[in-house]
Design a binder for this molecule. Sequence first.
Ligand SMILES: Cc1cc2nc3c(=O)[nH]c(=O)nc-3n(C[C@H](O)[C@H](O)[C@H](O)COP(=O)(O)OP(=O)(O)OC[C@H]3O[C@@H](n4cnc5c(N)ncnc54)[C@H](O)[C@@H]3O)c2cc1C
Length: 394
Amino acid sequence: MIEITDKVKCCGCTACFNICPQKCISMQSDTEGFLYPIVDKKQCVNCGLCEKVCPILNYKPIEEKTPAAYVIRTKNQNDLMQSTSGGFSTPLAQWFFSKGGSVWTASYDDNWNVVHREFTKDDVDFSKTRGSKYVQSYLGDTYTKIQDELKKGRWVCFIGTTCQVYGLKEFLKKDYENLITVDLVCHGTPSPKLWEKYIDFQTKKYNSRITDINFRNKTYGYHSGTMMLKFENGKKYTGSARVDYMLKSFFSEIASRPSCYNCKFKQLNRVSDYTVFDCWHMGELLGKKDDDRGYTNLLVHTDKGGELLKEIAAAYEIFQVDAEKAIALDGIMVRNSATPHKDRASFYTDLDAHEMDEHIQKYIKVTSKDRLLESIKGIAYKGGLMATLRKIKG
Ligand SMILES: Cc1cc2nc3c(=O)[nH]c(=O)nc-3n(C[C@H](O)[C@H](O)[C@H](O)COP(=O)(O)OP(=O)(O)OC[C@H]3O[C@@H](n4cnc5c(N)ncnc54)[C@H](O)[C@@H]3O)c2cc1C
C-alpha cells in the first residue's frame, strides 16, 4: 500500500486515489497545503494497485528522440490576449468540441480555487481555463471520469502539468486512440493554501469580491506579464513578479511542492502528445520583430499529435523551428528542476504565523525601489523605454 514517508516522492497526481477499488485512499492536505494520499488501513485489502499506478514509483525514462518543434499562436486576438503565451489550448479545445468530445483542464471554482474540470461545447466558462494558474490544481476524480468518457469512445483532451499527465497515463494503463494529452513545462506548483491566503488578503485589502483573475495579464506586453485582479466594486489591481506576493513567491522558488524541486519527469521526450512552454525568444527563433503579444513553444511527441496539428493548423500562426534551439533559448525547464530558495522549508512552517504582507516581507522582501520601478512601469511601457531596456539587457 502507498505510504508517503518522503514527500519528494509524491507529486499529488491522484492516480492512487482514483485506482483504489476499496475507495480507502483519501487525498489530505498537509500543513503546507499540498495534498497527499492517506490510506485507511482498516479498509485496505493490500491489492497493491496504488503502488502500481504511481508515476514516480514506476517511472521509466523515455528514449530520447528529437520531437518536431513549432512556435505557435492562435489567430483569435481576444483569446490570445487572455492566454499566457500564444493561446495554444483554445483552438485545440474547439476541435474536441466540434467532435462532441470534452476537454479537461484547470479552471477556477466559485471561490477562485484552481480545479480541473470537464468542458464541453456548451460551456460559456471556457475562457476561465485560459492562462496559467501558478498553483497546484485540484484533480479529484478527474482521471476516473476521463476513463469513463474514453470507454464510451468519446474524444477527450487532457491538459495539465507534466506530472498530472504522467499520473493519468499510469492510471489508464493503456493507450486510447481518442485521447490527446498536453503537458505544460513547469518549474513547480505553489500550494492551494498559499493561494487561498493571497486571495483572502486581496479581498480584504480591496474590500470587495474578486470577479476576474489573470496571472499573466498582457497590459504591459507579454514580456512584462502582471497579476491582474478585478473586483466587484470596479477596482482593479495589477502587480508584476517584482511586487505581487503570489507571483513573487512562485518565481522565487520558495513555494513549490517538495517533489517539484526533484521532478522525475524532466526530460525532452514525454508521454504526452504535446508539450507547451513560454516563447521569450520568438525574434531569434523566427527572425521576426517581436510584437510582445506572446507565442507558445510547442513540441509534438506523437504521430497522432502531428496529424491533429495538421487539422487545426489553420486556426494558428505556426512556424516550424529547431527543437534544440527552442529549448536552448526558452526551455531550460524542459530538462531541469528548479533549485529551492534557501528558506523554502521555513516559508511554509511559518505561513500561519503572519498575515500575507508580513510573511512576504520576512522571506522575499518587496523593497521601496521595487515599488518605485513598478509605479513608473506604465509610463516606461507606453514611452517604449521598457523595450529599449530589455534590448540592452539582452
Ligand atoms: C504551474 C505552472 C508552471 C509553469 N512553469 C513554466 C516554466 O517554468 N517555463 C515555461 O516555459 N512555461 C511554464 N509554464 C507554462 C506556461 O505558463 C504556459 O502555460 C505556456 O506558455 C502555454 O501558454 P498558452 O498561452 O499556449 O496556454 P493557454 O492556451 O492559455 O493554455 C494553458 C492551459 O494550461 C492549463 N493550466 C493553467 N494552470 C494550470 C495548472 N495550475 N495546472 C494544470 N493546468 C493548468 C489551463 O487550464 C489551459 O488549458 C507553467 C505553467 C504552469 C501552470
